[in-house]
Write a protein of this length. Structure first.
Length: 178
């Protein structure tokens, strides 16, 4: 009789065991997503405020930035210089980036069971802020960033910014959904 209970217990345990791995994976995915979304939000705060010190801390020194309109920029020093000159060169003009709600997704990069990085992708809008004028919606684009985990620190190593166009397409989608 006792043997029957043990067999039933083992059968139940091993039939449920794969679900424990699934629950653990979801938890790890949720933790990864929360971490990357948090780091991403801090990066964009630095970007939106032209805080170059904050902006630079989120990149690897060998960062590669691929832009469908502006070409390739390789290296943190060059990326920071271009950003400082073009986006932050005058206090009369700034761009503000805003993620398109519901478009952002995070995907793990793993070697066996070890997470070594993550990909975050989605769509974003850009607003122009000019002194003495109301902020205006200017453009939209898609993005893909590769974040790498080295020595417990997350940094962006690769950035792809593409499909730039007028923001009216996004605005039209929003209006059609209302």
């Amino acid at each position: 009789m006792r043997r029957g209970y043990i067999n039933t217990a083992f059968t139940l345990l091993f039939s449920v065991f794969p679900f424990f791995n699934l629950l653990f994976a979801q938890t790890e995915q949720q933790k990864l997503s929360a971490t990357i979304l948090y780091k991403d939000s801090l990066f964009w705060i630095g970007y939106n405020n032209c805080d170059m010190k904050s902006f630079q801390q989120f990149f690897t020194t060998d960062v590669e930035f691929y832009h469908d309109k502006g070409g390739i920029t390789i290296g943190l020093e060059k990326l920071a210089g271009i950003t400082q000159k073009n986006l932050c060169g005058t206090s009369n003009f700034r761009l503000r980036r805003e993620a398109v709600e519901g478009s952002i997704k995070v995907f793990p990069l793993q070697n066996s069971d070890t997470i070594y990085g993550a990909v975050i992708s989605g769509e974003h809008l850009f607003y122009v802020r000019e002194t003495g004028k109301e902020e205006r919606l200017d453009g939209q684009a898609k993005f893909t960033h590769v974040w790498l985990l080295k020595d417990g620190i997350w940094k962006m190593a690769r950035i792809i910014s593409y499909d730039h166009g007028p923001a009216t397409l996004i605005q039209e989608k929003k209006n059609n959904m209302l």
